[in-house]
Design a protein around this ligand. Structure first.
Ligand code: ZN
Ligand code: ZN
Length: 443
């Protein structure tokens, strides 16, 4: 790693853009950088300040990387196209004595008599979806590689020495310890920690500053935008092959040379798959909406463990399931659950937020009115029996307080309550936390 030289004593000074003011550890100078380096660092610092926040964070973007690398997209692709191709192969039988393989692989055909007319139609009916499918496959593999690139861009910088903390890819300050996803305490950039893989090391100071500049200037949001664009093309353009299928009835001849097109798509797919297989395996990155029992979540600066989850329906007239996740302090295994969250997702703006509730004991007793009406007491199963915290809770009896079709408070009983019974827990809305202040750390 490249260090700057102290302007006074020539000792090594580790450059970073944030954190406590730089000073020389040898001579104690508080202005150790040469004027030109100091000016460059200051420009970068201002840039970082301007860019910092959500654009360098994985939340939201991680959904894309997760979806693209999962195999269900590929399975869906094979099923859908498989259906179309089978349909095209069986819709109209070939004339007697001809096989599909011989028709497709044979020499050029001309539609001069009814028999060869049928063969030409069949050729095109199969050629079009086969090309669409291979094109789709190639785009999917490009998309997958792009998605991984977004994640790779989030690798941290190497530590200064063996055993020293990893460093922020944007500001070069030391990162906090622990977890596969780490957020810089100084500039808020997210990092994916994959064992000993880091951003490329630079040996000259000028290149090191260039590397920081490219990290600051090209945010994860920018990188993700490219990936999303490829995904959009991947979804819609192969459909052209389907829309063109009726034209198969009118084409007068076949062109076997056109097989080069699907063949090159297959070659591209294989190349991309080899490239992705050669890369590092990625940690399981999930969206905040997938917060489950056993996961850890950082809310603001506090780290919690999810100990129980309950699916709750707010009202009969607005039946949207909201998932209430009960949290306890992550640093203290014996602590009782102190908070709960409901993660909301705004699909239009592609951002999450969390309603944070504080859990307190007791609260207003169950009244006769709470047992009737739309927002009345109801029993909800606890999704998974946790090992700790609310271990005895198989179900919860809940009376929600609802405003604008969302909970802003809940009273919970562990056993079916009688009128007059005080709740075991009362959840009070403590506030709404924006996505940039939330980090999900999978179990
Ligand atoms: Zn010095
Ligand atoms: Zn940083």
């Amino acid at each position: 790693m490249a260090d700057a030289r102290c302007a006074q004593c020539g000792g090594n000074v580790a450059v970073r853009l944030t954190g406590p003011p730089l000073s020389c550890s040898y001579c104690g100078s508080d202005k150790p950088l040469a004027p030109d380096v100091a000016a460059r660092v200051e420009t970068l610092r201002v840039d970082l300040e301007r860019h910092k926040g959500r654009s360098q964070q994985l939340l939201g973007k991680q959904v894309f990387a997760g979806v693209v690398s999962s195999s269900w997209v590929l399975t869906l692709l094979v099923i859908l196209w498989g259906g179309v191709i089978t349909g095209a192969a069986t819709c109209e039988p070939l004339p007697k004595g001809h096989t599909t393989f011989a028709t497709l692989s044979g020499p050029r055909l001309r539609a001069t008599d009814p028999t060869s007319r049928a063969l030409v139609t069949k050729w095109w009916l199969l050629y079009l979806p086969l090309t669409g499918f291979t094109f789709n496959l190639a785009l999917w593999s490009v998309m997958r590689l792009r998605g991984r690139r977004v994640i790779r861009a989030a690798l941290p910088r190497a530590p200064r020495a063996a055993g020293a903390p990893l460093r922020c890819r944007c500001c070069a300050a030391d990162l906090p310890e622990g977890g596969a996803i780490r957020r810089c305490a100084f500039c808020d950039a997210d990092h994916v920690v994959l064992g000993s893989r880091y951003q490329k090391e630079q040996t000259s100071l000028a290149r090191e500053l260039d590397a920081l500049q490219s990290q600051v200037g090209r945010t994860l949001a920018d990188r993700d935008r490219t990936a999303t664009r490829v995904a959009a093309i991947g979804t819609w353009s192969p459909l052209i092959a389907l829309l063109a299928m009726p034209a198969a009835l009118f084409v007068p001849r076949t062109y076997p040379v056109l097989w080069a097109l699907p063949a090159s798509f297959v070659a591209l797919t294989i190349l991309m798959l080899v490239l992705t297989a050669a890369g590092p395996s990625l940690p399981r990155i999930r969206s905040l909406g997938a917060l489950g029992v056993g996961d850890q979540i950082i809310v603001d600066t506090r780290r919690f463990v999810a100990v129980a989850a309950v699916e709750v329906w707010p009202t009969l007239t607005f039946p949207v399931v909201q998932r209430l996740v009960v949290l306890r302090d992550a640093r203290d295994d014996t602590a009782a659950p102190s908070h709960a969250v409901i993660v909301d997702f705004d699909a239009e703006r592609d951002i999450h937020s969390a309603r944070l509730f504080e859990i307190s004991a007791a609260g207003t007793a169950l009244s006769a009115r709470d047992t009737q009406g739309e927002n009345a007491l109801r029993r909800y199963a606890v999704e998974r029996a946790p090992d700790e915290g609310w271990a005895d809770y198989q179900a919860l009896w809940i009376v929600p307080t609802i405003a604008a079709n969302a909970f802003n408070g809940l009273r919970c009983w562990a056993e079916a309550p009688q009128v007059g019974a005080t709740p075991a827990h009362t959840l009070t809305l403590a506030g709404v936390v924006a996505e940039e202040k939330l980090t999900l750390i999978g179990a």
